[in-house]
Structures are given as C-alpha cells and as structure tokens.
Design a protein around this ligand. Sequence first.
Ligand code: ZN
Length: 272
Amino acid sequence: MSQMIITCAITGAETTREQQPALPLTPQEIANSTYEAYLAGASLVHLHVRDAAGKPTQDIKVFQEAMSLIRKKCDIVIEVTTGGAVGMSPEERLQPIQLEPEMASLDCGTVNFGDEYIVNTLPIMREFANAMNAKRVRPTLECFDLGHIYASLQLIKEGLLKPPYHYGFVMNVPGGVPYTPENLTLFTNRMPAGSFHTVMGVGRASLPAVYGAVATNGFIRVGFEDNVYFSKGVLAKSNAELVERAVRISREAGLNIAKPSDVRQLFQLRGA
Ligand code: ZN
C-alpha cells in the first residue's frame, strides 16, 4: 500500500490567539501540541517559534528549547522554517539551520503575503541551499507560484539541490496561486520525475487541498499555520483534531499512515 505522510504546521508566524485560542506559542506548548499531533498520526512537524510576547522569532535559543522538548517526547521529524515572518532578513531567517534539523523549508521565490511580501531572490535561495547542504538538511522546496518551480529547477541545474526532491505547494496565500485541482495538477506536472510533494492549502483551501494531495499521490499538511477552522465557522479544537481527519481521509483512500522512520527512509534524511 502507498504511504501518506502527514505534516502538521502547528503554529506558523501569522496566526494569533485571537484567531485560534488553542494556538501553541511557548516552547512547551509547541512541544505538547506537536506530541498530540504525532499521536494522532503526524510524522513531520513544520516548526515556527514565538518570543515571550508571542511574536514570530528565528531566535536560535527558542528553536533549540522547542526542539529539545519535542525530542524528549517523540521521534517526529522536525522541519524548521526558514521563511520566518514578513520583514525578517535572510540572515535572521537562516539561523535555526545551525541546530542541524533533519529538514527545513526553502522558499523558492518572492511572494505576496496579503499586503506584505517575503523576498527570495535566486542569490538568497543559493545561500539557503548552501547552508542546508553544509548541515545535510533536507529542504522542502516551498512554491507559492508556478515560477517558483522553475527557480528550483535552476538551483537543481546548478547542483545546489540533491534528490530526492520534496516540494511543498503552498496554495491560497492571498496574492499567491489559489488552490484548484487544475493548478495543483499543473504544479505536479512541472516537478522533476521522481519528486515528492506536499500540498498546503491556506484558509478555506485547507480541506480541499487534503483531497488534492490524496488525488495526486502527494502528502498532506494541516495545522493552525494554514487554517484554524475545522469546518465553516467552527474552530478546530487542536492541531491534532485536524491531523485525525487527515488520517481518516487517507485510510478511506486505502493509504498507510507513514511513521517518522518511513519519512526518514523515503526522503533519505540524515538520521535514516
Ligand atoms: Zn511555515
């Protein structure tokens, strides 16, 4: 049977307690929420952290604390963000790579974020890819628009990315590509042969994107970074509740839920 990898993006940079009262903010809350998501079936956690005021930070000490608390509880694969938050410098965003996580996100192009934007030029992408290669960190190639896939192909041509490639299609960011089955199919068709992909639908696209992932032999990402609702107007109780539904949908589709060891093997992570 085919495997379904479920990533949980538990905190993100932009989601607030006002939007989602159960949003984990402190390293301990982040570790607890990650562990619940792991027990529900997530094998990968996409990690952002917050400072004491609850604002997004790339502070290496806060990442270190969250990561060590998570590792005390379970062996879930940890993917740190290098997208950071709107307004952060590339150097600031890259900091958690020093902690040698098994995976990290690598944004493959400049993108609108509502009225704001995050800058990722090719030189920035090269710098990030080199930093990840030096620590043997597997990047998730996050693409918010079709041109981002072509930017990743440029890095592959330059020898800066090594297979197996794992793409993350971030769909429905305001100002980026909307989620539709047609757009997703177009994206998957542009990946190099043998690539893996995870589908991330933001806001109301989150649940349709889960089905899109199943339909395209891709992997699922859910969690409060992308979406705080369980259904229209009903907040999710926890990150785990969103993972549980993704597990049910995957099993109905005849898929096995991957364990962290399966992810390490499939993505050829350093710890495999
Ligand atoms: Zn993120």
